[in-house]
Write a protein that binds this ligand. Structure first.
Ligand code: UDP
Length: 314
């Protein structure tokens, strides 16, 4: 049994990770300020004796008495509508000061620490699919930069703590992920399309829908995050994690419409600034080093996610 601290623990990925680690018999300390997360996501484990929730914003230092074996740093709003505009400065602070505070905690506790970085570090990618050695094409002054550059600087911080203090770090770059415990108002494409289809409101396709993404079901993603955390010492990453099967956003909309049998209309809205044209992970490194590849195809994952949203939306 390990003591494991998870920042962003009431969010979409964090809550799925908390549940998985509690079920494996670990002690879990869940830290979140509930900006985009909610305690509803951890309702099934809230009273478990091995589960503790601490309401805390990681931009402030965190003091914990208990010894800690592992820290997963997931805290940060991850949907463009939640991390941009008025939230932009808080996003930068969460990525940067939040990372420093968690790295300091790991250093003080002698804990291993994993950073959830993002495919956004590649920006508008000129290399396709993206390998970890690709250095990206981020617009440093655009509206996505608060997240993209924040996450890039967090990676830099992790590697400086590794070089300066020999801290035991792990870095994964997460590509688009979906599944149960996404917030219906999250604003990202899978949750938007499904919730719009269930409610019978217009399905909002930004641009002409020719932009691509590669969608990973949450269970596959949690599996590889845990494998990475427990991988051999000295293997730092960064490692791309995601599903390498690529779809256009128009194809996704058509699938959701067909699977829900909705009468919703597909409408076009303007493409947001700096919205990447294409995205697909090269996952050769994850396959070779972690023996992992996704198992859940989009149709199967969408069916489970549609069921989930039907259950929470009544
Ligand atoms: N998108 C869309 N309709 C929506 C929400 C998003 O067409 O209601 C598009 C968005 O422009 C982008 C893609 O879907 O091209 C994925 O967007 P999301 O916000 O899910 O993730 P990210 O852009 O961070 O990959």
């Amino acid at each position: 049994m390990k003591t494991i601290l998870i920042t962003g623990g009431t969010g979409f990925l964090g809550s799925n990770l908390c549940i998985r680690l509690i079920n494996e018999g670990h002690k879990v300390i869940c830290v979140d300020n509930n900006y985009t997360g909610t305690l509803d996501n951890v309702a099934s484990i809230k009273s478990h004796p091995n589960f503790t929730f601490i309401e805390h914003d990681i931009t402030q230092p965190l003091n914990i008495d208990a010894s800690i074996d592992q820290i997963y740093n997931l805290a940060c709003p991850a949907s463009p509508v939640h991390y941009q505009h008025k939230a932009a400065l808080a996003t930068i602070n969460t990525c940067v000061q939040g990372a420093i505070n968690m790295l300091e905690l790991a250093k003080a506790k002698g804990a291993r620490i994993l950073q959830t970085s993002t495919s956004e570090v590649y920006g508008e990618p000129l290399e396709h699919p993206q390998t970890e050695s690709y250095r990206g094409n981020v617009n440093p002054i655009g509206i996505r930069a608060c997240y993209d550059e924040g996450k890039r600087l967090a990676e830099t911080l992790f590697f400086e703590y590794y070089r300066n203090f020999n801290l035991d770090i792990k870095v994964v770059r997460i590509f688009n992920t979906y599944g149960p415990n996404m917030n219906p108002d999250d604003g990202r494409v899978v949750s938007n399309f499904i919730c719009q289809a269930i409610r019978g409101t217009d399905i909002t396709m930004y641009g002409d829908g020719s932009q691509t993404r590669s969608f990973c079901y949450v269970d596959d993603l949690i599996e590889v995050i845990v494998r990475m955390m427990n991988s051999q010492s000295g293997f730092t990453g960064p490692v791309n994690i995601g599903n390498p099967v690529e779809f256009t956003i128009k194809e996704l909309a058509e699938k959701v419409i067909a699977m829900t049998g909705t009468k919703s209309k597909l409408i076009h809205e303007p493409l947001p600034q700096d919205d990447p044209t294409q995205r697909r992970p090269d996952i050769s490194l994850a396959k070779a080093k972690l023996g992992w590849e996704p198992k859940v195809a989009l149709a199967e994952g969408l069916a489970k996610t549609i069921e989930y949203f039907k259950s929470v939306q009544g």
